[in-house]
Design a binder for this molecule. Structure first.
Ligand SMILES: [Zn+2]
Length: 154
């Protein structure tokens, strides 16, 4: 079971970097190097295939830092203003045999470089009611909540 050397958080779903930091602590370390960004809230979720999702908010300057990438790569954050968030959608596949096949989120950004981010919380059939399913749904709802917050605070 992984444990973060910085905040002490641990758990079956927790992943840590080579340096032993959880995602939240790693993102805070990176953002601390960027003095213009004052992190007020941040969120991370583990995605299938060892991908991770990060979102950090700067309420003072109404900016957010976001990334979706493999956990074992160096974090590459993209910065946007709150008003760059154009739209976001969560899509869930029809369930078959008590299994959820896909749970996906698309985020549309006002950017020439990266106008849309699409990623999966579930991308292989997962038993409804299992820990994996519950974690995926909770993460998707949390991300949705953060994005709704950004939208309401532009
Ligand atoms: Zn930590």
């Amino acid at each position: 079971m992984a444990k973060c050397i910085e905040c002490g958080k641990w758990g079956a779903f927790l992943k840590v970097t080579k340096e032993g930091l959880c995602h939240s602590c790693e993102i805070e370390r990176i953002l601390a190097e960027n003095r213009d960004f004052h992190i007020s809230r941040c969120y991370h979720a583990n995605l299938p295939n060892n991908y991770v999702f990060f979102l950090g908010l700067d309420d003072r300057f109404k900016r957010f830092a976001i990334c979706v990438q493999p956990i074992n790569e160096r974090f590459r954050l993209a910065f946007f203003n709150y008003h760059d968030l154009l739209d976001f959608r969560m899509e869930k596949s029809e369930t078959t045999l008590n299994r959820c096949n896909t749970l996906m989120m698309s985020i549309y950004l006002n950017s020439l470089v990266n106008p849309q981010m699409t990623f999966y919380f579930v991308n292989t059939p997962v038993q409804i009611g299992s820990d994996t399913y519950n974690y995926a749904v909770q993460s998707a709802n949390d991300v949705y909540g953060f994005l709704t917050y950004i939208r309401h605070n532009t």
